[in-house]
Design a protein around this ligand. Structure first.
Ligand code: UT7
Length: 310
């Protein structure tokens, strides 16, 4: 697709130590472990820390794995919908904390943010960047009303990061599809000083449709068919959404990476957390095709097909 491409050379994660189980939540909320597991696939989530703190932890781990120093990074791109402050961007805190000398900016495309950021990073590499640190980090717990059960049972905190390096030739990214429908922004929102609100049922319906459509487009644009996808790294919002999307795409559910059981919905951190899990468990080999696909507030959605290795 492009003459100069990007290859992921390192990855890392950052998670709070505190584990909150479904049983813990049912102590203060009118809910129970069976309902949460059956309706969402979530068993527990991590809660705590700051978005910048988790991002720094993930970023340092990714740099270590890539064998790179902070001063070799041209820019840090932080996907987050829960910045530590409104101004400056949380990427500035991350840049300083890691000791990166290059640029820093935030991307907010809610839960699609990491795929948006990774796509932007590939574009920067195409016009000359050598090495970028792309992070998805969230502390959704900070904008959650813990006295209300509809959202609080879903969310978790965490971060995942990758180092993307330039190579001659096409690199890993075979195709991408970024989409949005701002007329649906009322379905998932958080006003200044408020709490996260979502219309779960409507998002569920729309999510399956846009994930399937954008994934089909990205797969076709990569010159592939769904049976040639070896691994799906989906946004972790609800196990039933992942199952329904795989079924409609005609991709066996076993090919989907699932970490929602351990981390809940971590918005833009969920795809890099799932990717790291797949790599740690040797589920992704050189030459295989991986589909990253997500959706979230905006509504936004994003799918990308990568050919691993390179
Ligand atoms: O990152 C992207 C953004 N978010 C999403 O993708 C969320 C997408 N939506 C969902 O995941 C699901 O819609 C939810 C998990 C949020 C809700 O699942 P649902 O199957 O749509 O449940 P529901 O809202 O239709 O509620 C079913 C029942 C209701 O009771 P009645 O009316 O049938 O008596 C609710 O009051 O379950 C009740 N309920 C609960 N019960 C125990 C709702 N929340 C809870 C709860 N514990 N936490």
């Amino acid at each position: 697709m492009i003459g100069r491409g990007g290859v992921i050379t390192g990855y890392g994660i950052g998670l709070p130590d505190k584990v909150v189980t479904n049983d813990d939540l049912s102590l203060t909320l009118d809910t129970n472990d069976a309902w949460i597991r059956e309706r969402t696939g979530i068993r527990e989530r991590r809660i705590g820390g700051t978005t910048s703190g988790l991002a720094i932890e993930a970023g340092l781990a990714a740099l270590k794995k890539a064998g790179r120093r902070p001063d070799e990074i041209d820019a840090v791109i932080l996907a987050t919908t829960t910045p530590d402050q409104i101004v400056p961007g949380t990427s500035a805190t991350v840049q300083d904390g890691i000791g990166i000398t290059g640029g820093a900016f935030d991307v907010n495309a809610a839960c699609s943010g990491f795929v948006y950021a990774l796509t932007v990073a590939h574009g920067m590499i195409a016009i000359g960047a050598e090495r970028l640190l792309v992070i998805g980090a969230e502390t959704l717990s900070k904008i959650t009303d813990w006295d209300e059960r509809s959202v609080s049972i879903l969310v978790g905190d965490g971060a995942g990061a990758v180092v993307l390096e330039a190579v001659d030739g096409p690199g890993q990214l075979m195709s991408y599809k970024l989409g949005a429908d701002g007329s649906l922004r009322h379905l998932l929102k958080c006003d200044h000083g408020g709490y996260l609100y979502m219309n779960g049922k409507e998002i569920f319906r729309k999510a399956v449709a846009v994930v399937v459509e954008s994934a089909q487009q990205a797969i076709a644009e990569a010159g592939l068919t769904p049976d040639q996808i070896d691994l799906v790294v989906p946004h972790q919002a609800n196990l039933r959404i992942i199952s329904a999307a795989c079924q409609r795409l005609g991709i066996p559910e076993e090919k989907a990476v699932v970490v929602i059981d351990r981390y809940g919905n971590t918005s833009s951190a969920s795809i890099p957390l799932a990717l790291a899990d797949a790599l740690d468990t040797d589920r992704l080999q050189a030459g295989q095709h991986v589909l990253l696909t997500g959706f979230g507030g905006g509504m936004t959605w994003a799918s990308a097909v990568l050919k691993w290795g390179g």
